[in-house]
Design a protein around this ligand. Structure first.
Ligand code: FES
Length: 135
């Protein structure tokens, strides 16, 4: 049963750990099924997603601190999009594309992105700065 810990998910130092049965998580229509974004939305963890999870922005950028081997491999379109992300690191993934396959995963949201969410940011505030997603 996959287990995901969202570090400092509220920007106040709290962690949130959630578990779900693989293949049974209700799909939220954002990102790939059982992606970090899908999981976050299911468990009310704030994770920005300005393009609806279609790999067309970088607002869902997260760092995988532990358990990267328990995730799906990044595909070329994710890697291309990640190149545009702020605070890019070797542990960077797009939350809408990174699917949790098994085991335990620990995720952290880059500070600039977490602050954006906590300050009431939202997709509509980004306007035309975000390209339309793939159909
Ligand atoms: S929500 Fe836009 S790339 Fe993930």
């Amino acid at each position: 049963m996959p287990k995901v810990t969202f570090k400092n998910y509220d920007g106040k130092g709290s962690d949130k750990t959630v578990e779900f049965e693989s293949g049974k998580l209700p799909y939220t229509d954002h990102g790939k099924p059982e992606s970090l974004l899908d999981i976050a939305l299911n468990f009310e963890v704030p994770l920005e997603h300005a393009c609806g999870g279609s790999c067309a922005c970088t607002t869902c950028h997260v760092w995988i601190n532990e358990g990267a081997d328990n995730m799906s491999e990044a595909e070329d379109d994710e890697l291309d999009r990640l190149d545009m992300a702020a605070d890019l690191s070797l542990k960077s993934r797009l939350g809408c594309q990174a699917v949790v396959l098994k085991g335990e995963v620990t995720v952290e949201t880059p500070t600039w992105n977490r602050n954006y969410v906590s300050e009431g940011g939202g997709s509509m505030n980004l306007g035309d700065a975000i390209p339309t997603g793939k159909k």
